[in-house]
Design a binder for this molecule. Structure first.
Ligand SMILES: NC(=O)c1ccc[n+]([C@@H]2O[C@H](COP(=O)([O-])OP(=O)(O)OC[C@H]3O[C@@H](n4cnc5c(N)ncnc54)[C@H](O)[C@@H]3O)[C@@H](O)[C@H]2O)c1
Length: 294
């Protein structure tokens, strides 16, 4: 088990901003050597410069998690700089920018979000796990899911929910396969929260690559964080924010405790889990989805 983090190496994708950045900061505060990977070079440079100035041992590697070659280059860069990698956080993620009904979403919306949120995780596992198993030192993999899809979907966001359901499933299988191997590598699935988070996620569309360009202009503006707040309020949620530092602290605790579920205590989350499980157990149609139908 990875108890002593000081001197160990962590790689965090989507590390330039938000939750990834906060995990990087926290790992550095624990004395880890940190490799931050992100596709947005200028924001990665700014984050690395800031953390280096604070005295942390941080390296940035511009990485596109949708491309396997790029993730392999990330591993090679990390190993060349620090030697063994002990902690891998597959965290890069985007909202899809899809509008309308599930059958109206553009194929490029599906492709972009699936490539980043799902293929990004697969690429991370394939590129890093053989290395982590081979060096044999204790390690840990954290995959960032979301309550939206990882627990139950917000029905107005099918693409994102599908990607995060996949991240939960990959993580469960990974956990069990590592356990069966008796490998000294833990696996966790991270549900950031329990409340809303102020991160760049709502602005992800600004960096949407040309290869996934939208096929037609949107008919409504992209939802801002304020719009989402409003939607939650209408659904009866008492809107609050969770600091990203709190999420990062939970990640570090889970690595040390080798906990699989990084699922902060929340009555609302527990109700969602219960309602979905009850619906399945009782073979009742999913009434619990109406909460977020808005
Ligand atoms: N913010 C929330 O409310 C929330 C809730 C649940 C889950 N999440 C998940 O948390 C993770 C982190 O998101 P965040 O909220 O910190 O948002 P964020 O936008 O601040 O950070 C995500 C980072 O991923 C990077 N990224 C995007 N595409 C990439 C690619 N192809 N290759 C490498 N990096 C790429 C972005 O440039 C950005 O820096 C995501 O997986 C997100 O889905 C966020």
């Amino acid at each position: 088990v990875l108890q002593e983090l000081a001197g160990k190496t962590a790689v965090v994708t989507g590390g330039a901003s938000g939750i990834g950045r906060a995990m990087g900061v926290r790992f550095a505060q624990e004395g880890m050597r940190v490799v931050l990977a992100d596709v947005v070079a200028d924001s990665l440079d700014a984050t690395v410069a800031e953390l280096t100035e604070r005295g942390h041992d941080v390296t940035g590697v511009v990485t596109d998690v949708t491309k396997y070659d790029s993730v392999e280059a990330l591993r090679e860069g990390a190993v060349a700089t620090y030697g063994a990698v002990h902690v891998l956080c597959n965290n890069a993620g985007v909202g899809s920018g899809a509008e309308g009904h599930v059958w109206e979403h553009e194929l490029s919306d599906w492709r972009w979000a699936l490539d980043v949120n799902v293929w990004g995780v697969i690429h991370g596992l394939n590129a890093f796990l053989p290395h982590m198993l081979e060096h044999g030192e204790a390690g840990h993999v954290v995959n960032t899911s979301s309550g939206n899809g990882g627990i139950s979907p917000i029905p107005s966001t099918p693409v994102y929910a599908v990607t995060k359901a996949s991240v939960t499933m990959i993580s469960e299988c990974l956990y069990e396969q590592l356990r069966q191997l008796d490998a000294d590598i833990g696996a966790s699935v991270l549900y950031p929260g329990p409340n809303m988070l102020r991160t760049g996620l709502y602005e992800a569309w600004r960096h949407r690559p040309d290869e996934y360009a939208k096929e037609r202009p949107r008919t409504t503006p992209y939802a801002t964080i304020e719009d989402v707040e409003e939607m939650m309020r209408k659904a009866g949620v008492d809107v609050q924010y969770t600091p990203v530092e709190e999420v990062a602290a939970r990640v570090v605790d889970a690595i040390r405790a080798r906990d699989f579920w990084i699922l902060p205590p929340s009555e609302r989350t527990d109700e969602q889990i219960q309602a979905r499980a009850d619906s399945m157990l009782k073979r009742e149609n999913p009434a619990y989805l109406q909460v977020y139908a808005g």
